[in-house]
Write a protein that binds this ligand. Sequence first.
Ligand code: C2E
Ligand code: CA
Ligand code: CA
Length: 398
Amino acid sequence: MVDEPRAGQGQDPLGNRLLVVDDEPSIGRLVRKIAEGIGFEVLLTEDPIVFAKTAREWRPSVIILDLKIPGTDGIELLRGLAADNCAAHIVLTSVIDDKVLEAAQQLGRDRGLNMGALLHKPIRIDILERLLRALKPVPKTLLADDLGEGIAAGQLFLEYQPKLDCRLGRITGVEALVRWRHPVHGIVRPDQFVALAEESDLIRSLTDWVIVEATKQAAAWQAERLGLVVAINMSAKDIEDLALPDRLHHHCRHAGIEPNAIILELTETSAMREAVQMMDVLTRLRLKGFRLSIDDFGTGYSSLVQLQKLPFSEIKIDGSFVMQMMHSASCRVVVEIIIELARRLELKSVAEAVEDEATLKSLAEMGCDMAQGYHLSRPIAAEQIAGFVRKYGSGGAR
Ligand code: C2E
Ligand code: CA
Ligand code: CA
């Protein structure tokens, strides 16, 4: 069975096309519902010949490929895609164990394919949704033109997600997450415009806007004696900027807060670039009293030696491991080892994307210091934070 491309399909200049190869109709329907909701055009097939033809002619931007389908297997299909120089972002899925999925992913990479995340079955709706949102290309010309104006016109806003201290059972921090209220597209998530800001030179004004807003908010919470450390996400480009430590310090002073009320979250890959300049910036930030967190830990290509050399205060375990740790033995091991690594290096461990009570309990038992995720709270408006924190009891002066 395959959906025939409708007239006009395949013309989408943004390339929001998703091809799904799966022999379970219920999975196909689930993926279609979610993907269409996000703005993908979706075609489903279970026939290998139709699949190869559609991949060649329809040129999907994303392919979700089940490794086990009748009459062939995913490895053969990957070989065919490589021969056709397929440029799609390929997500492998299967009920088979992680090791085989990972081996297939590596094989695809070795053949020059654009291999993305692995999607373990049974597929979790929230994981699928997050993945597809991150893969949806943005209308570049539109956004690049609009983003600068949007920042100037006050279209950005922050939400804050509470961070729980597992031992104290209190909220002791929040992470600031930027959103864009776009006049045409509605609320746009950062996954869809931060990279764009990085490509243009808008990242500097975006980060500055976030810093000003978050430090003001931190000061307001301090005045309410909530004792919250506010986390701000930094892009790699920000860390290359030698003037960042002074600018950040200036904004803190202006807002009336100490640098230790702020923690900067850096992605593992950005933090691990070897540039001397970055080391300069990070070390000066630490000297000034800011704390540094290494974000999405476990996903980049990091060197543990560098982790030990760079002046971090906190490791954030990537959500993809945390979300799956209760049903994937290998994810659980990764989480345990990162917590142990943090402990040995005298860094705080933070688990992100904690989605249920069982995971939270298990993390606390493993000795994880902090937890954050939908189970505790989704990112919420600044005005809702005080009420939420008081519900748990604040971590600071009372
Ligand atoms: P991140 O730093 O890894 O942030 C965590 C993301 O996971 C957030 O998505 C958050 O809403 C989401 N999340 C939180 N709890 C859960 C959960 O329990 N389950 C699931 N499935 N997801 C959860 P968001 O807000 O869309 O942010 C995406 C990314 O955008 C962030 O990833 C961060 O890398 C970047 N970002 C956000 N704000 C900024 C910013 O101000 N500046 C820069 N440079 N990057 C930012
Ligand atoms: Ca973060
Ligand atoms: Ca993260």
